[in-house]
Write a protein that binds this ligand. Structure first.
Ligand SMILES: *[C@@H]1O[C@H](CO)[C@@H](O)[C@H](O)[C@H]1NC(C)=O
Ligand SMILES: *[C@@H]1O[C@H](CO)[C@@H](O)[C@H](O)[C@H]1NC(C)=O
Length: 193
């Protein structure tokens, strides 16, 4: 594999972005669309819900029809939200309390193109990133880095904010980690919704 020095890559990006600006002048404007989600990725999210902070390890795995949120509340509980594309989600802890709640949804996990049809709102500087911003009606605002097309943050209508701290395309969590604990299956409908 040929490896180019990083500066030639940067020059390449600059040429691309200059070309973009020129074409923006000459052609009718087309609104940017959000990049589809990679079929598999790992992200670390900092969540802020009116001052309640959480670190979420998000493992998105469309290929295997599963999505995992491992949620650490600030100085609080570590909990697991394991979602399958057949609509079943397990919410559990792995501590002595052995709690598990099973929820069945009509729809499965988010599709990679779930942002299709979002309304483009323009650009905004978010922290250190210039972002394109879209609104997915009645759901959230989505902010994507203009240069890398990586998500920077999304904000739900409820006010809950997700700030993307890392975004590793192609990262997959080992299969063993996707096993809900046995008490998710032994507890029958009592703890289910
Ligand atoms: C979390 O959000 C609240 C507003 O809801 C804000 O006052 C606070 O500064 C935020 N905290 C962090 C760490 O972003
Ligand atoms: C959905 O898939 C998971 C994982 O294979 C399984 O545990 C769960 O029982 C399935 N739910 C339904 C409704 O089939």
């Amino acid at each position: 594999m040929v490896s180019l020095p990083i500066h030639s890559f940067i020059v390449f990006l600059l040429v691309l972005s200059v070309a973009d600006q020129i074409s923006a002048v000459n052609e009718p404007e087309t609104e940017p669309v959000p990049a589809p989600w990679p079929e598999q990725f790992h992200a670390v999210l900092l969540m802020n819900k009116s001052g309640s902070l959480e670190i979420v390890d998000l493992w998105y795995d469309w290929v295997n029809g599963r999505n995992f949120n491992i949620i650490q509340k600030q100085l609080g509980k570590l909990s697991y939200d394991l979602e399958w594309n057949n609509g079943t989600s397990f919410y559990y802890t792995l501590d002595a309390s052995k709690t598990c709640r099973t929820v069945h949804f009509e729809v499965g996990i988010l599709r990679p193109n779930w942002l299709d049809g979002a309304n483009y709102l323009g650009q905004r500087q978010v922290n250190r990133f210039l972002c394109n911003v879209w609104e997915k009606v009645e759901f959230l605002w989505y902010y994507e880095d203009v240069i890398t097309n990586r998500p920077v943050q999304w904000i739900f209508y409820t006010g809950r904010e997700a700030h993307v701290m890392t975004f590793e395309v192609g990262a997959v969590l080992e299969d063993e980690k996707w096993q809900a604990p046995v008490y998710c299956f032994h507890n029958d409908e009592k703890k289910s919704e």
